[in-house]
Design a binder for this molecule. Sequence first.
Ligand SMILES: Cc1ncc(COP(=O)(O)O)c(C=O)c1O
Length: 382
Amino acid sequence: MQSDPLTPYGNKPMVTPIVSAVNYEYVSFEILKKITNGEIDGYTYHRDDNPTIRTQEKRLALLEEADDCVISTTGMAALTMVFFTYLKKGDHLLTFHDIYGANYKVSLILEKFGVEITWLNADDYDKTENYVKQNTKMIFCETPTNPLIKTIDIELLKKAANKSGAMLVVDNTFATPYHQKPLKLGADLVIHSATKALGGHNDLMAGAIICKTHQQYDELWFTRQAIGTTLDAFSGSLLERGLKTFNLRSKKMSDNAMLSAEFLMSHSKIKKIFYPGLKSDKGHEVAKRQMEDGFGGMLAFDVGDNQADAQKFVENLKIIKHAVSLGCTESLVCLPVLTTMLYMPIERRLSFGVKENTVRMSCGIEDGRLLVEDMKQSLDKL
Ligand SMILES: Cc1ncc(COP(=O)(O)O)c(C=O)c1O
């Protein structure tokens, strides 16, 4: 059956239309049955699926060279959907302290439901195999990690996962598919906070689960449809707009991060710096192998001797903004102790290197020389 053209003579809009409809009028019982049997991508109800969003799912799958993708309301919704879909009571999840802080909160819910969790130090990822048990069903990591930009060898983690047939899930938000494609390195699922570099303009929240197989798509679609974490069409349209410049922005953010890291290395007020692009970085060799065309736009560094020094540095910046989130057009800095790691017990946070004077920086697409000048004038005031 031919659907009505959107325009009188069938010219196609350059941008995917924003379909804000909650429900759709059925053209026939025959089509309805095909939709509900999963034979065609028809549409009935927004919580199930939406054509504006579906177009973006195909785009993201293409970017990650994957089979398909399930988009959700936020990155945390995507992560929670994956945990809820693939973990149950008595299962063991292996993960790392150095991951986005809200995962710590989700871990408390998972434990309430009887999931057993082991937290490892990202610096010791090469020992992961020693912690794999018969009931280990999932290994979850970020690489580079949030907030300390540590690199984890995805292929090595896959070997550890194979010991118990566990699923390897990688949050690729920091690297982005421009620099890294975890599915090609052995990951079974890839997560994105599309709120970050995929959207890129601080104006939308979304999450994405990149699927290796059609079966995973069906399983995760089922979870989304059940719990209602379907993204609205307007945000889907903003995501499409962001994706048009994604490659250009990713390259520029990464170039700016490299320039910033090299400058910070040379400054006496910077006590420690984490950026996989630096030869001195612990993860450099692995990052060189598993990342392409740069090392991403995220870096972290310890400023001066205490939190007051870090705060002064942030307060004196003129161009770089003090805000959470990342991967957007503007360069941002924040203190993880006051933001993403706020709810984590202090001893635990210190055990893997997040100090009270640690600053996380997300490079934007400004002229990199201006960013360096801005950091210099602020550091020189300390
Ligand atoms: C690496 C990483 N994963 C997931 C998330 C959660 O994404 P959202 O804020 O879209 O829920 C964040 C948020 O900062 C993040 O940094």
